[in-house]
Design a binder for this molecule. Sequence first.
Ligand code: ZN
Length: 179
Amino acid sequence: MAVKPILNIPDSRLSEKSHKVKEITPEVKKDIQDLLDTLMVAEDPEGAGLAAPQIGITKRICVVRQFFEDPLDPAKTLHEDIVLINPKIFSTSEETTIDWEGCLSVPDTYGKVERYSKIKVTAMDQDGNLIKLKADDLLARVIQHEIDHLDGILFTQRVVGQTLSEKALDQLFNGASLA
Ligand code: ZN
Protein backbone atom coordinates (compact mmCIF):
# COMPACT_ATOMS: atom_id res chain seq x y z
CA MET A 1 0.00 0.00 0.00
CA ALA A 2 1.36 3.37 -0.98
CA VAL A 3 -0.51 6.60 -0.60
CA LYS A 4 1.07 9.26 -2.82
CA PRO A 5 0.89 13.01 -2.42
CA ILE A 6 -1.65 14.52 -4.82
CA LEU A 7 -0.12 17.22 -7.01
CA ASN A 8 -1.79 20.61 -6.86
CA ILE A 9 -1.86 23.50 -9.27
CA PRO A 10 0.30 25.18 -10.48
CA ASP A 11 2.45 22.00 -10.80
CA SER A 12 3.35 21.83 -14.49
CA ARG A 13 3.12 18.00 -14.49
CA LEU A 14 -0.66 18.42 -14.37
CA SER A 15 -0.52 20.02 -17.83
CA GLU A 16 1.43 17.21 -19.50
CA LYS A 17 -0.13 14.76 -21.89
CA SER A 18 0.20 11.23 -20.53
CA HIS A 19 1.60 8.26 -22.45
CA LYS A 20 -0.32 5.24 -23.58
CA VAL A 21 0.25 2.04 -21.59
CA LYS A 22 1.50 -0.71 -23.90
CA GLU A 23 1.37 -3.65 -21.52
CA ILE A 24 0.52 -4.45 -17.94
CA THR A 25 3.99 -4.66 -16.37
CA PRO A 26 4.62 -5.03 -12.61
CA GLU A 27 5.37 -1.30 -12.60
CA VAL A 28 1.96 -0.51 -14.11
CA LYS A 29 0.30 -2.76 -11.50
CA LYS A 30 2.11 -0.84 -8.76
CA ASP A 31 0.98 2.48 -10.27
CA ILE A 32 -2.63 1.23 -10.28
CA GLN A 33 -2.38 0.15 -6.63
CA ASP A 34 -0.93 3.56 -5.70
CA LEU A 35 -3.86 5.27 -7.45
CA LEU A 36 -6.41 3.09 -5.63
CA ASP A 37 -4.68 3.59 -2.27
CA THR A 38 -4.42 7.35 -2.73
CA LEU A 39 -8.06 7.71 -3.78
CA MET A 40 -9.13 5.59 -0.82
CA VAL A 41 -7.67 7.99 1.74
CA ALA A 42 -8.79 11.18 -0.05
CA GLU A 43 -11.66 12.04 2.27
CA ASP A 44 -11.81 15.77 2.58
CA PRO A 45 -12.85 16.45 -0.07
CA GLU A 46 -13.78 12.95 -1.10
CA GLY A 47 -12.67 12.13 -4.64
CA ALA A 48 -14.91 10.58 -7.27
CA GLY A 49 -11.89 9.69 -9.36
CA LEU A 50 -8.14 10.07 -9.67
CA ALA A 51 -5.84 10.12 -12.69
CA ALA A 52 -2.21 8.94 -12.72
CA PRO A 53 -0.75 12.40 -13.56
CA GLN A 54 -2.29 13.70 -10.33
CA ILE A 55 0.22 11.53 -8.44
CA GLY A 56 3.06 12.37 -10.82
CA ILE A 57 2.75 9.37 -13.18
CA THR A 58 2.34 10.42 -16.82
CA LYS A 59 0.59 7.25 -17.95
CA ARG A 60 -2.94 6.96 -19.31
CA ILE A 61 -4.41 5.30 -16.22
CA CYS A 62 -7.28 6.52 -14.08
CA VAL A 63 -9.63 5.25 -11.42
CA VAL A 64 -13.28 6.26 -11.39
CA ARG A 65 -15.64 5.68 -8.52
CA GLN A 66 -19.11 4.33 -9.16
CA PHE A 67 -21.55 5.05 -6.35
CA PHE A 68 -24.62 2.92 -5.70
CA GLU A 69 -27.23 2.35 -3.03
CA ASP A 70 -26.59 -0.37 -0.47
CA PRO A 71 -29.22 -3.06 -1.25
CA LEU A 72 -29.41 -3.85 2.47
CA ASP A 73 -29.72 -0.25 3.61
CA PRO A 74 -30.99 2.35 1.10
CA ALA A 75 -29.73 5.17 3.32
CA LYS A 76 -26.15 4.04 2.73
CA THR A 77 -24.06 4.65 -0.37
CA LEU A 78 -21.50 2.10 -1.45
CA HIS A 79 -18.87 2.49 -4.11
CA GLU A 80 -16.76 0.50 -6.46
CA ASP A 81 -13.52 1.77 -7.99
CA ILE A 82 -13.11 1.05 -11.70
CA VAL A 83 -9.62 1.09 -13.21
CA LEU A 84 -9.42 2.39 -16.78
CA ILE A 85 -6.18 2.08 -18.76
CA ASN A 86 -5.92 4.01 -22.06
CA PRO A 87 -9.59 5.04 -21.80
CA LYS A 88 -11.10 6.38 -24.98
CA ILE A 89 -14.59 7.76 -25.57
CA PHE A 90 -15.94 6.27 -28.78
CA SER A 91 -19.52 7.48 -28.61
CA THR A 92 -21.35 10.34 -26.90
CA SER A 93 -24.93 11.51 -26.49
CA GLU A 94 -25.92 14.71 -28.23
CA GLU A 95 -27.31 15.85 -24.93
CA THR A 96 -24.98 17.61 -22.53
CA THR A 97 -25.34 18.52 -18.87
CA ILE A 98 -23.89 21.46 -16.97
CA ASP A 99 -23.08 20.72 -13.34
CA TRP A 100 -20.65 21.54 -10.54
CA GLU A 101 -17.21 19.95 -10.48
CA GLY A 102 -14.24 20.07 -8.19
CA CYS A 103 -10.80 18.45 -8.34
CA LEU A 104 -8.38 17.04 -5.78
CA SER A 105 -5.59 18.94 -7.60
CA VAL A 106 -7.39 22.30 -7.48
CA PRO A 107 -8.11 22.90 -3.78
CA ASP A 108 -11.23 24.74 -2.64
CA THR A 109 -12.43 25.58 -6.16
CA TYR A 110 -15.72 24.57 -7.73
CA GLY A 111 -17.23 25.50 -11.06
CA LYS A 112 -19.87 24.44 -13.57
CA VAL A 113 -18.69 22.38 -16.52
CA GLU A 114 -20.57 21.18 -19.58
CA ARG A 115 -20.12 17.44 -20.26
CA TYR A 116 -21.78 14.82 -22.44
CA SER A 117 -24.65 13.26 -20.50
CA LYS A 118 -23.91 9.75 -21.76
CA ILE A 119 -20.73 8.21 -23.11
CA LYS A 120 -19.39 4.88 -24.26
CA VAL A 121 -15.79 4.13 -23.42
CA THR A 122 -13.23 1.50 -24.35
CA ALA A 123 -10.30 0.82 -22.05
CA MET A 124 -7.99 -1.88 -20.85
CA ASP A 125 -8.61 -3.35 -17.41
CA GLN A 126 -5.95 -4.31 -14.84
CA ASP A 127 -5.47 -7.71 -16.47
CA GLY A 128 -4.96 -6.25 -19.93
CA ASN A 129 -8.41 -7.18 -21.23
CA LEU A 130 -10.21 -4.76 -23.50
CA ILE A 131 -13.41 -3.57 -21.85
CA LYS A 132 -16.36 -1.47 -23.00
CA LEU A 133 -18.27 0.66 -20.59
CA LYS A 134 -21.48 2.68 -20.83
CA ALA A 135 -21.78 5.57 -18.42
CA ASP A 136 -24.27 8.31 -17.71
CA ASP A 137 -24.85 11.04 -15.14
CA LEU A 138 -22.12 11.42 -12.52
CA LEU A 139 -20.00 8.51 -13.75
CA ALA A 140 -19.96 9.90 -17.31
CA ARG A 141 -18.92 13.29 -15.89
CA VAL A 142 -16.13 11.78 -13.77
CA ILE A 143 -14.73 9.75 -16.69
CA GLN A 144 -14.65 12.86 -18.91
CA HIS A 145 -12.94 14.81 -16.11
CA GLU A 146 -10.31 12.05 -15.61
CA ILE A 147 -9.62 11.63 -19.34
CA ASP A 148 -9.03 15.39 -19.46
CA HIS A 149 -6.32 14.91 -16.80
CA LEU A 150 -4.63 12.36 -19.09
CA ASP A 151 -4.56 15.07 -21.78
CA GLY A 152 -3.22 17.68 -19.35
CA ILE A 153 -6.51 19.57 -19.13
CA LEU A 154 -7.94 20.78 -15.82
CA PHE A 155 -11.66 21.36 -15.27
CA THR A 156 -10.96 25.02 -14.54
CA GLN A 157 -10.10 25.42 -18.25
CA ARG A 158 -13.66 24.35 -19.08
CA VAL A 159 -15.61 26.20 -16.39
CA VAL A 160 -18.69 28.04 -17.56
CA GLY A 161 -19.13 31.19 -15.47
CA GLN A 162 -17.49 31.81 -12.12
CA THR A 163 -15.66 29.50 -9.74
CA LEU A 164 -16.59 29.39 -6.08
CA SER A 165 -14.89 28.34 -2.84
CA GLU A 166 -16.40 25.45 -0.88
CA LYS A 167 -17.88 27.90 1.62
CA ALA A 168 -19.55 29.98 -1.09
CA LEU A 169 -20.85 26.82 -2.76
CA ASP A 170 -22.34 25.58 0.53
CA GLN A 171 -24.06 28.93 1.04
CA LEU A 172 -25.45 28.76 -2.49
CA PHE A 173 -26.89 25.29 -1.97
CA ASN A 174 -28.21 25.99 1.53
CA GLY A 175 -30.01 29.04 0.18
CA ALA A 176 -31.48 27.16 -2.75
CA SER A 177 -32.37 23.74 -1.35
CA LEU A 178 -35.71 24.48 0.25
CA ALA A 179 -37.79 22.03 -1.79
ZN1 ZN B 1 -9.44 16.27 -11.21
